[in-house]
Design a protein around this ligand. Structure first.
Ligand code: GAL
Length: 818
C-alpha cells in the first residue's frame, strides 16, 4: 500500500515533469559514510565508521583533488584511483517481512563489491552500468543493518577522467515476492500513423516464491496532460521461482509523436494484481515515434533529420562525474542553443536520467557501450572484463535504455583496436551486434571506425547495421562507391582544439604553444583533426551521409591533446605538459562558456539569425588583426569606429585557412563558412552587421576595454528549487568602468554564499591550471569564471552571493530558493 501511494505520488511528479526516477524505488542516497583508503574488515558490521566522512550521494571522491603531476593528466590529473569504502547503516522495517529487498546502484566507479551485514551480495567491475544486489537473505528486520561498498578504480584504466565513487543514484526497492523484474517493461510502437499507434507492451513478471499463481497485469497509458488514453489487461499463470514474459497490444488514437521539436511523451503505468490485491506498480515513460535509416538518410516520423551531433563525456567539469540533473540539463540546453540535435554518449553508458533529459528536450541519442573490447588501449580498462562481462553489460544497457524515444542506435564500440585484426574484429562485432538485434530489434547497431579501410575490407564494419566513420570526411564518396549498401555517418568529426578567449597572432599552426593554450581561431588540432569547415564541406558534397557528431560539445576532464604527451620521467604518464590536464576539444569550455567554435556550429546548424565576431578588440596599435565572422545570414559588413571595412558575401567571399590533415592533400582550404577581414588595429569599436535578403537582422559590437574596474555576476537562473540538488550557474565577468569585458583579465575573485544555499564549485575554463574547483575563490580566465551555487535541502529563502577582488568594485546577487 505504501508503495502504491509512493508510486501514485511519483506518477504525479512524472506528469509534471518534476523529477523522474531512474527505476521504481526510493532514493537511498543520504547519510553514507565514506573512507578514502583500504580498511581491513570494512565490510563487517562491527567496523567503526563513526569518524568516516558523512555525505550524501552522488559523490565523486576525486574531484576535490588535489591536481598533481603524479596523477595521469590524461585522466584529469586527479586522484581517482585507489580504494574507497562507503557504508550506510539503516533500519530494516518489520513490514519488509516476506518481501524482496534490493539495492540498485545506477553506477559505481569502479570494480564495486557489495556486502550486507558482512555477507557478500554482489560485484560489478564496469563503472558505467548499473546493477542490483539482493539484500533479502541477510537483513535483520527491526534492527540496524549495514551495507558496505568497496570500490577500487585502477590507475591507467581510462583515456579520460572517469570519476570515482558512488557517483550515480542508489535506489532501495522493496517488492512483494511477485513483481515486475528489473527493466522488465519493454514498450515499442510497431505501427505508427497519424490516426493510430499500436503500442506493444512486453512485461517480465518475476516470482520469487515457491508457490505458483495466476496474476493480472493492468496497463494504462496516459498522455502528457495526465489523461488516460489506452488500457489493456492480461493474465499470467506463473510457476514458482520463475520469470515469465507476456506481450499485449493497445492502441493510442491520434498519437502525439515524439520529435526533436515536439518531444511529447506518454506514461505507461502497469499494476500487478493477485485477485484484488495490488502487488506491484511500475511507471515507464515512453514516446511514440517512427525511425527509419535508408540510403537517403535518417528519417524521424517521415522527415529527414541530419545529425548535428555532439560527442559528450559524462563529467560536468568542476562538479566532476557525480550525477546532477540540473548540470546535465544545462549541458543539453547549451548544446541545443548551439543547434545540436543529436548526442553520442562517448564512450560509455550515461546516467539513465541523462536520457530522460534527452527525451524531454528533444535530442536523438547514440547510446555507446564500450571504448575497448579484448585488445587494451590502456592496461587496466575494460579489456580485462570483456570476456566475462560484455554480454551482460551490453544486454543490461539495452534493457535499461530501450524505452527512451531519444535513443535511436546502440553503439557497440569506439575505435576498437580489433579493427586491424582480420578475424577477431569481424567475430566480436558480429557477437555484439547480434546481442543488440536480439535484445532490441527496433534500433540499429553501430560503431565508430577510424582505421579505414581495414574494418571495411575485413567485413567488420558490415556487421553493424550502420557504420560510423571517425575523422574521414575526405573518403566519404570513396566508401559510398566501394560499399553502396552501407549506411554511413560521421561518428566522430573535427577534433578542433581551442582555449576560450585566447588568440595567438600572427595566425599560424602552433600545435603546442608555450602558454599551454590553443588559439581560438578554430584551426588547430592533432594530426587526425581538421577544422569544422571541412566536415561541413564534405557533408554537403555527400548528402547520403547521415550527419556528424563533433568531438566534442563540451570540454571534459582529461585528454589535454595537443598537450600532455607521454612523459618518461613520470612512469610514462601522459603529463609532459603539466599542468595541462583537461581537454581543448569542446565548442564550450569546461564551465559551459561558449568558445568561438560554438558560434561556427551555430551558424551552420541553427536558423535563428546570428552573427559572431572574433577575436577580442584589445590589441597594440599598428597590429594587423585577422577578424573572422560566423553568421547564418547572407552577408555581413564590418565597421571600425563607424567606418565601413567592406561587405563580405557568404558563398562568394571565401576565407583561406591552413589545414594539415592526413587524409587531405592540400595544405589550405577555401572556406565559405567563415567571413574574414584583415584589420589594422585601432582601439574603439568593431561592429559587424549581418543581412538576410538585404535586411539587417543581426549585429554584434566589440569595444576596446579599459582597465578592470568592477565585477559582474550573471546567474543562469535567479530562482532554483530548495531540494539540496538544484544549481545556479553564475557567470563572473571582469569589466571596465563602462561594462566592457576585459578580455585578458586574470583577477582573483573571492566569493561568499550565504542564506538558503551554499558554494558548490568554481571553474574558469583554463585547461592548464591546478587551481581547485572546491574553494570559494578563483582567478578569472580570459576575463571570466563560473561560480556554481547549490540550494540547501528544504530551506526556502534567499541565497546571497557576493564577489570581491582587490581594487575592483564588489558585486552581489540574490537567488531565490523555493
Ligand atoms: C578519437 C577518440 C576520442 C578522442 C578523440 C580526440 O580518436 O575516439 O575518444 O580521443 O580521438 O581527438
Amino acid at each position: 500500500m505504501k508503495k502504491k501511494i509512493l508510486n501514485c505520488l511519483l506518477f504525479l511528479l512524472l506528469l509534471q515533469g518534476v523529477e523522474l526516477q531512474a527505476s521504481d524505488g526510493v532514493l537511498f542516497n543520504e547519510h553514507w559514510r565514506f573512507y578514502k583508503g583500504d580498511i581491513s574488515g570494512g565490510e563487517m558490521p562491527a567496523c567503526e565508521d563513526t569518524n568516516w566522512r558523512l555525505l550524501n550521494l552522488p559523490h565523486d571522491w576525486a574531484i576535490e583533488g588535489p591536481f598533481d603531476i603524479k596523477y595521469n593528466a590524461r585522466c584529469g590529473g586527479l586522484p581517482f584511483h585507489g580504494t574507497g569504502w562507503y557504508r550506510k547503516t539503516f533500519k530494516a522495517a518489520q513490514a519488509w517481512d516476506g518481501k524482496v529487498v534490493r539495492l540498485a546502484f545506477d553506477g559505481a566507479m569502479s570494480e564495486a563489491k557489495v556486502w550486507v551485514n558482512g555477507h557478500f551480495v554482489g560485484e560489478h567491475p564496469y563503472g558505467y552500468i548499473g546493477f542490483e544486489v539482493d539484500m533479502t537473505p541477510y537483513l535483520r528486520l527491526g534492527e540496524d543493518n549495514v551495507v558496505a561498498v568497496k570500490l577500487t578504480p585502477r590507475d591507467l584504466s581510462s583515456r579520460w577522467y572517469p570519476g570515482a565513487g558512488l557517483y550515480r543514484n542508489v535506489w532501495l526497492r522493496v517488492d512483494e515476492p511477485v513483481h515486475i523484474a528489473q527493466w522488465g517493461i519493454y514498450i515499442t510502437t510497431p505501427t505508427v500513423t497519424d490516426k493510430k499507434a499500436v503500442v506493444q507492451i512486453q512485461s517480465t513478471l518475476e516470482n520469487r516464491q515457491r508457490k505458483s499463481g495466476i496474476y493480472k497485469l493492468v496497463h494504462s497509458v496516459f498522455d502528457k496532460s495526465g489523461k488516460e488514453v489506452a488500457s489493456i489487461a492480461n493474465q499470467i499463470n506463473l510457476k514458482g521461482e520463475t520469470n515469465k514474459e507476456s506481450i499485449v497490444y493497445t492502441d493510442v488514437v491520434e498519437p502525439q509523436l515524439w520529435d526533436i521539436e515536439t518531444p511529447d511523451l506518454y506514461i505507461l503505468k502497469t499494476n500487478v494484481y493477485s485477485g484484488d490485491k495490488l502487488l506491484d506498480t511500475s511507471t515507464t515513460r515512453f514516446g511514440i515515434r517512427k525511425i527509419k535509416f535508408t540510403k537517403k538518410g535518417f528519417f524521424l516520423n517521415g522527415k529527414q533529420v541530419r545529425f548535428q551531433g555532439v560527442c559528450l563525456h559524462h563529467d560536468n567539469g568542476p562538479l566532476g562525474a557525480a550525477f546532477n540533473r540540473r548540470a546535465d540539463e544545462r549541458k543539453l540546453q547549451i548544446m541545443k542553443e548551439m543547434g545540436a540535435n543529436a548526442i553520442r554518449t562517448s564512450h560509455n553508458p550515461p546516467a539513465s536520467e541523462f536520457l530522460d533529459l534527452c527525451d524531454e528536450l528533444g535530442f536523438v541519442v547514440l547510446d555507446e557501450a564500450f571504448d575497448e573490447w579484448l585488445k587494451p588501449k590502456v592496461p587496466n580498462a575494460y579489456s580485462n572484463y570483456f570476456k566475462e562481462w560484455a554480454e551482460r553489460d551490453l544486454t543490461d544497457l539495452i534493457k535499461r535504455d530501450r524505452n527512451h524515444p531519444s535513443v535511436i542506435m546502440w553503439s557497440i564500440g569506439n575505435e576498437i583496436l580489433e579493427q586491424s585484426d582480420k578475424q577477431q574484429g569481424f567475430t566480436v562485432a558480429k557477437f555484439l551486434a547480434d546481442i543488440c538485434r536480439k535484445v532490441d530489434p527496433t534500433r540499429p547497431s553501430t560503431a565508430g571506425f577510424n582505421y579505414y579501410p581495414a574494418p571495411f575490407n575485413f567485413n567488420m564494419a558490415q556487421q553493424v547495421d550502420i557504420a560510423g566513420m571517425n575523422y574521414k570526411p575526405a573518403v566519404y564518396d570513396e566508401v559510398q562507391g566501394s560499399y553502396p549498401d552501407l549506411l554511413i555517418y560521421g561518428s566522430e568529426t573535427s577534433s578542433c582544439t581551442s582555449s576560450r578567449g585566447v588568440y595567438h597572432l600572427p595566425i599560424e599552426k602552433y600545435l603546442k604553444h608555450q602558454s599551454l593554450q590553443v588559439t581560438s581561431y578554430d584551426l588547430i588540432g592533432p594530426p587526425w583533426a581538421y577544422p569544422p569547415d571541412m566536415e561541413f564541406h564534405f557533408l554537403e558534397k555527400n548528402p547520403r551521409i547521415m550527419g556528424e557528431f563533433i568531438w566534442t560539445g563540451f570540454d571534459y576532464l582529461g585528454e589535454p591533446t595537443p598537450f600532455g604527451g607521454k612523459d618518461n620521467s613520470t612512469n610514462g604518464y601522459w603529463n609532459s605538459d603539466w599542468p595541462s590536464r583537461s581537454s581543448y576539444f569542446g565548442a564550450v569550455d569546461l564551465c559551459g562558456l561558449p568558445k568561438d567554435r560554438f558560434y561556427l556550429y551555430q551558424s551552420q546548424w541553427s536558423d535563428k539569425p546570428m552573427v559572431h565576431i572574433l577575436p577580442h578588440w584589445n590589441w597594440k596599435k599598428g597590429m594587423n588583426i585577422p577578424v573572422y565572422v560566423y553568421t547564418n545570414c547572407d552577408e555581413a559588413e564590418l565597421f571600425l569606429n563607424g567606418k565601413s571595412l567592406g561587405k563580405r558575401v557568404k558563398g562568394r567571399d571565401l576565407t583561406t585557412i591552413l589545414v594539415d590533415f592526413k587524409y587531405y592533400k592540400e595544405k589550405t582550404f577555401a572556406s565559405k563558412y567563415r567571413l574574414s577581414w584583415d584589420v589594422p588595429y585601432e582601439p574603439g569599436t568593431l561592429t559587424v552587421k549581418a543581412y538576410k535578403a538585404g535586411k539587417l537582422i543581426a549585429e554584434k559590437t566589440m569595444t576596446t576595454a579599459g582597465r578592470p574596474a568592477r565585477i559582474a555576476l550573471i546567474p543562469d537562473r535567479k530562482s532554483i528549487q530548495a531540494d539540496g540538488q538544484d544549481l545556479s550557474y553564475v557567470t563572473v565577468r571582469i569589466e571596465d568602468k563602462d561594462g566592457n569585458l576585459c578580455p585578458e583579465a586574470d583577477n582573483l575573485v573571492n566569493f561568499s554564499v550565504e542564506g538558503a544555499g551554499h558554494f558548490k564549485a568554481v571553474g574558469n575554463g583554463n585547461a592548464a591550471t591546478t587551481e581547485s574547483f572546491c574553494v570559494p575563490y578563483r582567478k578569472v580566465f580570459s576575463g571570466m569564471c563560473m561560480l556554481i551555487v547549490q540550494s540547501d535541502k528544504a530551506k526556502k529563502g534567499q541565497i546571497r552571493v557576493t564577489a570581491s577582488s582587490k581594487g575592483l568594485k564588489k558585486a552581489s546577487l540574490e537567488i531565490t530558493s523555493e
